[in-house]
Design a protein around this ligand. Structure first.
Ligand SMILES: Nc1ncnc2c1ncn2[C@@H]1O[C@H](COP(=O)(O)OP(=O)(O)OP(=O)(O)O)[C@@H](O)[C@H]1O
Ligand SMILES: [Mg+2]
Length: 242
């Protein structure tokens, strides 16, 4: 039995499967293989740390997993759906409904308040109204931002902005949340707090997550750590407790 079949038998399809995924940027002499035959499976409630040096292919892997970037070759299955050959329209739909992103540079809309930044996710999906507002307010409350609903990003601290970005990533109730260095701009203490929040939000929802980090002090929040070097996934070990 393959791991896919076993997961299906257990009623929990993996949130993400990548088979032999390669990404080559550029052509000819300028070609760069950013990802080389990457194979990985992330369980439906699994939180995985992705660790590797600068330029090793972490953001590339995350972008392909989230349907932001097409692989050069290989198979990508998100929430049970094969997106390897998806059209741009299908990819947009996957991004809106199945995945959540928290980018390295937080990327909040500067002229919208914290709450409006969350509501925008539902507006883009064509749904808005009382339920959206209730979900946004509940998320912001869980993230400790109930008194910051009406602040613009420029009126928030770095840690608060990061928490709004986490709330926004969870707005569409995604099966898979992708975090690109969510703690890189924060000091150690704030970084720990944000990781703790991410863990409780992700685990509380039974969502899967991949968290890119440079910081080995953050990996203990995750179920396991996957390492990447020069576009190659290295190991797939159980994270040690504590
Ligand atoms: N759009 C692009 N065009 C050409 N090369 C690219 C492009 N994006 C990334 N690369 C190259 O692909 C490789 C992997 O880049 P990637 O952004 O995935 O690394 P990373 O592990 O996320 O690094 P960092 O920790 O610095 O964010 C690097 O050598 C990078 O220069
Ligand atoms: Mg990166």
């Amino acid at each position: 039995m393959t791991s896919t079949a076993m997961n299906a038998a257990a009623g929990t399809a993996p949130a993400l499967e990548m088979h032999e995924v390669t990404k080559v940027y550029g052509e000819g002499e300028n070609a760069i293989t950013a990802l080389a035959s990457a194979t990985i499976s992330i369980g439906s409630n699994e939180m995985v740390a992705l660790v590797g040096p600068s330029g090793s292919g972490k953001t590339t892997l995350l972008s392909i997993a989230g349907g932001l970037l097409a692989p050069t070759s290989g198979q990508v299955i998100v929430g049970g759906r094969d997106i390897s050959h998806a059209s741009p329209t299908e990819l947009t739909e996957v991004r809106r409904n199945t995945v959540g992103f928290v980018f390295q540079s937080v990327n909040l809309v500067p002229f919208l308040t914290a709450r409006e930044n969350l509501l925008l996710v539902d507006e883009l999906r064509g749904s808005r109204g009382k339920q959206s507002k209730a979900r946004a307010d509940r998320l912001l409350d869980e993230l400790g931002l109930s008194k910051r609903l009406h602040n613009l990003p420029s009126q928030l601290s770095g840690g608060e902005r990061q928490r709004v970005a986490i709330g926004r990533a969870l707005m569409n109730e995604p099966a898979l949340v992708l975090f690109d260095e969510p703690t890189s701009a924060l000091d150690t203490q704030l970084g720990e707090q944000v990781m703790e929040l991410i863990q409780s939000e992700v685990k509380g929802r039974g969502t899967a997550a991949i968290i890119i980090t440079h910081d080995s002090r953050m990996t203990h929040w995750c179920d396991r750590t996957v390492r990447i070097l020069d576009g190659r996934l290295q190991s797939d070990e159980l994270a040690t407790a504590g």
